[in-house]
Design a protein around this ligand. Structure first.
Ligand code: SF4
Length: 268
């Protein structure tokens, strides 16, 4: 007989790092109109957009502080990362024409930058498909990007069940307003015709089986849900670096739970 699967690996908060990086108020992000900077580019990626070959742009800053975030420098100290001027990025893209289908814009959180719209517009004029990775805290911008057909695919992170307590813990940020905005973005995508996925990175000490169930109940009608394995490297909260991810078997349990609510569930 198989050993029952134990999913409740709850460490004490201090051990899990939450005592070291306290949940905070909404962090400051760049003001509207401030020049956006591209801080990193991957020329060709086969893994950032299912079924597509893409380049990836990394934009700085974020309004969350997820303790398990792997882009700590980009989020906490974007000024220490070298900026790549757009003309150089444009040259790179021109050279990739015919090799890549499009560009994934990730971060950080791209939608904290007012001129993301301009960037997407430039990419569309160059005939590239555009994918946006977002934490969902700027529904107004997401709506505008969809309405103006400046994006072709949106990957929306759902960090935790949509309760203030659980979202604050998973994002390291206490903000009722931001959670309300995430909910608005979820509703926007559920009603939209655009191709999208909702995705949750599952992290031991933050997520359990019941959380997946709660998330899935709140996104009923979702056309694609992806459960991602956490990787404990360069995390915002050092206590999460080196933390073992859920096993393949544990991931299968999450998927099985999600499939009782949603038709199209995958792992990554
Ligand atoms: S995981 Fe995403 S939303 Fe969370 S801090 Fe990092 S960039 Fe921001």
């Amino acid at each position: 007989m198989e050993k029952p699967i134990e999913l409740q690996r709850d460490l004490p908060l201090k051990e899990a790092g939450m005592g070291k990086i306290p949940t905070q108020r909404e962090p400051e992000v760049p003001r509207d109109g401030q020049q956006m900077e591209i801080k990193g580019v991957v020329d060709v990626s086969l893994v950032d957009w299912d079924g597509k070959v893409s380049s990836v742009f990394f934009l700085p800053s974020c309004n969350f502080r997820c303790p398990f975030c792997q882009n700590s420098a980009l989020v906490l100290h974007p000024e220490t990362e070298k900026t790549i001027p757009f003309p150089r990025v444009k040259d790179l893209l021109e050279k990739q024409k015919g090799w890549i289908d499009g560009v994934c814009i990730t971060g950080g959180e791209p939608t904290v930058h007012h001129d993301l719209i301009d960037l997407c517009s430039k990419l569309k004029k160059m005939d590239f498909l555009v994918k946006l990775d977002t934490n969902g805290t700027n529904p107004t911008m997401v709506k505008e990007l969809i309405e103006r057909r400046l994006v072709d695919y949106i990957a929306l992170d759902i960090k935790a069940p949509l309760s203030e307590k659980k979202y604050s813990k998973a994002t390291g940020t206490y903000s009722k307003t931001l959670l309300a905005k995430v909910k608005e973005t979820i509703e926007t995508l559920l009603k939209s015709e655009i191709a999208y996925e909702f995705r949750t990175t599952v992290v031991p000490t933050l997520h359990q089986r019941d959380d997946i169930e709660e998330i899935c109940r709140s996104i009923e009608g979702c056309r694609k849900y992806v459960i991602q394995k956490f990787r404990g490297e360069n995390t915002i909260d050092p206590a999460f670096s080196g933390l073992a991810p859920f096993s393949d078997r544990e991931m299968e349990v999450f998927v099985a739970v999600a499939r009782t609510f949603l038709p199209n569930v995958a792992t990554r």
